[in-house]
Ligand binder design. Structure first.
Ligand SMILES: NC(=O)c1ccc[n+]([C@@H]2O[C@H](COP(=O)([O-])OP(=O)(O)OC[C@H]3O[C@@H](n4cnc5c(N)ncnc54)[C@H](O)[C@@H]3O)[C@@H](O)[C@H]2O)c1
Length: 340
């Protein structure tokens, strides 16, 4: 991909363990659902990154405007807008990473599963296009219900014989971001230095923060730990309520989606030791899909780092989540099996 022929000689990040040529950081990234509440700020953050060479923005509405607007920013990512089903194939050709925030968000009183009927079809249609146009791309799904949209994406890729479980991610990063922010607030720490793994899935009680594994180490009395865990699990609903019908988390999700995409790109570029939690095909529990910390590499998941040592409280949370997760996974798989 290097157009400079200089390879590493002008590398801006060179070190003994990490060699990345600025000219080689030329990834083509697509955002599907780019005109939405998440899509627009996410595209802005991607446009602002030196890791992105080409930014391909697809939506069923408004992408010419969003792309024209972003293209005036003085960063080097080349932005192109694609609108409507006729332009979907063109949007995806040659993409290295595809991020999918397309789909309807929650309104007050709705669960993420209430979005299934609308978003399952949208995600299946988009996954079908990815399978046909850029089957080797890293696929990062933001559209809810994530617990079902990842099985849907995987089954669609299988239909084309191009499924690679190391490259299909359910983006749960917002749960980690929230856990870091809330723990830092309670303990008076710098949130940039806090890391709380969050495992399981991305809905209600399937969101399992592992406070016992937080760094730096933090301790809470039992009642405070329960309240903190519940707040992390319900944080999305906190935003849905505060927005009072105007949608769900968009700005914090754009931040989290960008963080995850940059980690995937960094790892693809050869950076070592990149770890993110994400909801992926997994052998770590009896659920086919489960989120745990993952070591990322050039080809996606390099190693699943597993659940680690859980406290008794966290073991109960995992046991409590399994039933719901299995149901959501089956619902996604059945949807694809019954698709015409
Ligand atoms: N993973 C997470 O942590 C997380 C967090 C917040 C929201 N979400 C989910 O992200 C999704 C998007 O949320 P939002 O607030 O941006 O919604 P939004 O309604 O503001 O934007 C959705 C965008 O998707 C587009 N779209 C619809 N159908 C499409 C299709 N077939 N192809 C391409 N684009 C299409 C719409 O035109 C719109 O621009 C929702 O499903 C929401 O539940 C996930």
């Amino acid at each position: 991909r290097c157009t400079s022929n200089l390879k590493y000689s002008l590398c801006w990040k060179s070190s003994k363990t990490q060699k990345i040529c600025w000219f080689c950081n030329n990834a083509k990234v697509a955002v599907l659902g780019a005109s939405g509440g998440i899509g627009q700020p996410l595209s802005l953050l991607l446009k602002n990154s030196p890791l992105v060479g080409e930014l391909s923005l697809f939506d069923i509405a408004h992408t010419p405007g969003v792309a024209a607007d972003l293209s005036h920013i003085e960063t080097r990512a080349h932005v192109t807008g694609y609108m409507g089903p006729d332009q979907l194939n063109a949007a995806l050709k040659g993409c290295d990473v595809v991020v999918i925030p397309a789909g309807v968000p929650r309104k007050p009183g709705m669960t993420r599963d209430d979005l299934f009927n609308t978003n399952a079809t949208i995600v299946a249609t988009l996954a079908d296009a990815v399978a046909r146009n850029c089957p080797e791309a890293m696929i990062c799904i933001i559209a809810n219900p994530v617990n079902s949209t990842i099985p849907i994406t995987s089954e669609v890729m299988k239909k084309y014989g191009v499924y690679n479980p190391n490259r299909v991610f359910g983006v749960t990063t917002l749960d980690i971001v929230r856990a870091n922010a809330f723990v830092a607030e309670l303990k008076g720490l710098d949130p940039a230095r806090v890391n709380v793994p969050v495992i399981g899935g991305h809905a209600g009680k399937t969101i399992i923060p592992l406070i016992s594994q937080a760094t730096p180490k933090v301790e809470f009395p039992a009642d405070q730990l329960s309240a903190l865990t519940a707040r992390i699990q319900d944080a999305g609903t906190e935003v849905v309520k505060a927005k009072a019908g105007a949608g769900s988390a968009t700005l914090s999700m754009a931040y989290a989606g960008a963080r995850f995409t940059f980690s995937v790109l960094d790892a693809m570029n050869g950076k070592e030791g990149v770890v993110e939690c994400a909801y992926v095909r997994s052998e770590e529990t009896e659920c086919k899909y489960f989120s745990t910390p993952l070591l990322l590499g050039k080809h996606g998941i390099e190693k699943n780092l597993g659940l680690g040592k859980l406290s008794a409280f966290e073991e109960n949370l995992v046991a409590d989540a399994i039933g719901e997760l299995k149901g959501s996974i089956k619902k996604g798989e059945d949807f694809v099996a019954n698709m015409k």
